[in-house]
Design a binder for this molecule. Structure first.
Ligand SMILES: [Mg+2]
Length: 178
């Protein structure tokens, strides 16, 4: 159960406290793509996120995409951002996370996984003890199958609040219909 619980919940990548993460020893981010950096139905990285990616790199963080999305799409965005990507990741499998750490030459205590889904991004990274950050999905318009997952996610998160694992405000702020 605890393996499904993120260490941190925040509205979007731009809300991350980079200084706090740096102090924690984090030097790299394993990034989900769809609904974390771009809407799953979008072809464009927003200006705001482009700036954020530049800024974190200037701050000394390394980035790597880890995505289950369409490989050509993931590669295109990775090239645009100038960062490596692990494609066909099949999160929550452990392998893609190890691969990404290898690409960044960082250990599991030096990276954080940032993503919008509990069952792939959070669960996969928690399994190997990586620090996990759940962010609100960018696009509320989602596939039916994803909407179903969101419902279960919502239920889980509320249970984590009851257990005192995560603050209730964080979950209230999360959109997706609950
Ligand atoms: Mg995603």
């Amino acid at each position: 159960m605890k393996l499904l619980c993120p260490k941190e919940i925040t509205a979007s990548v731009t809300h991350l406290d980079l200084e706090a993460l740096w102090r924690r020893g984090i030097r790299g981010f394993l990034m989900d793509l769809d609904n974390t950096l771009v809407g799953w139905d979008s072809d464009q990285l927003t200006e705001e996120f482009q700036q954020w990616i530049k800024r974190v790199q200037e701050d000394g963080f390394k980035l790597c995409l880890v995505s289950n999305g369409i490989p050509s799409r993931v590669q295109r965005f990775a090239a645009e951002m100038g960062i490596p990507a692990v494609v066909r990741a099949f999160k929550p499998r452990r392998r893609p996370f190890y691969k990404a750490m290898q690409r960044l030459d960082l250990t599991k205590s030096q990276v954080a996984m940032i993503g919008d889904q509990v069952f792939t991004d959070v669960f996969g990274a928690n399994r190997i003890g990586i620090y996990t950050i759940l962010i609100n999905p960018l696009s509320v318009k989602e596939l039916k199958s994803t909407r179903f997952v969101r419902k279960i996610e919502g239920r889980m998160l509320r249970r984590f609040v009851k257990k005192g694992w995560i603050p209730s405000e964080a979950v209230l702020r999360r959109n997706g219909g609950f």
